[in-house]
Design a protein around this ligand. Structure first.
Ligand code: ATP
Length: 221
């Protein structure tokens, strides 16, 4: 599904990615670990089309992301990619349902269909009692589960998660990790997850270890 060839990225004179190759198949859960500053988030942002590489290729199925213009890339991102960040990034003025709906509306899908899917997703994630709550009226775990529902609203090919449980206590973290693997077994959902959480890293099918801008090791479980 995702093929990456020889990606390089510099910030000024700092070489952050030094030739990354990887490939990720549909339904795989891949974790990326490594010391702070190794380049994990930079790689995830490039894979997720939030940033561009200086050179190299990012292919989603047969589409070369590097060759797309900004508008096509934004459309592709909205339709096919989901994101979950360490901090939920929900809009504070909107309810849980509205936050989840937003990427669906941006994709131009019918309002009724999007709202129904948002409610289904929130119900699946045990948030049926929180539809009309704003982020400040929900717990950290509930906010992060709402962010998962938002990531799923357009049925993305792949979800990129950057330290998704970094801000959660161990019980909520465990619950979130279980959700990822449930989504994989029920919907064949693909995930690439940057994490410092050892439990999550080792639950993945494969773990890529990054050091100084390179993948130095791959562990298979
Ligand atoms: N926009 C930017 N401008 C300049 N330097 C950057 C930028 N983004 C990242 N860097 C630098 O690139 C290097 C890699 O950063 P990155 O966030 O990818 O590391 P990381 O492995 O995700 O670290 P962490 O585990 O701490 O999140 C760091 O030295 C960082 O300071």
């Amino acid at each position: 599904m995702l093929q990456v060839k020889n990606i390089h990225k510099k910030y000024g004179s700092l070489e952050v990615l030094k030739g990354i190759d990887l490939s990720i198949g549909a339904g795989e859960v891949v974790s990326i670990v490594g010391a702070s500053g190794a380049g994990k988030s930079t790689l995830l942002h490039i894979l997720g089309t939030l940033d561009t590489a200086d050179s190299g290729e990012v292919m989603f199925d047969d589409k070369n992301i590097a060759k797309m213009n900004a508008a096509d890339m934004a459309r592709f991102r909205n339709r096919h990619i989901g994101f979950i960040f360490q901090f939920h990034n929900l809009l504070p003025e909107f309810t849980a349902v509205e936050n989840v709906c937003l990427p669906g509306f941006l994709a131009g899908r019918p309002e009724k269909e999007v709202r129904q899917k948002a409610e289904e997703l929130l119900t699946m994630l045990n948030l049926s009692h929180r539809f009309e709550h704003k982020p400040s009226e929900m717990s950290g775990g509930e906010q992060q589960r709402t962010a998962v529902a938002r990531a799923l609203i357009n049925s993305p090919k792949i979800i990129f998660a950057d330290e998704p449980s970094g801000n959660l206590d161990s019980k909520n973290a465990q619950e979130l990790h279980d959700i990822f693997f449930r989504l994989r077994s029920e919907f064949n959902q693909t995930f690439v997850i940057v994490t410092h959480n050892e439990q999550l890293a080792t639950m993945a099918d494969r773990t890529l270890v990054m050091k100084d801008g390179q993948i130095v090791q791959e562990q298979q479980f």
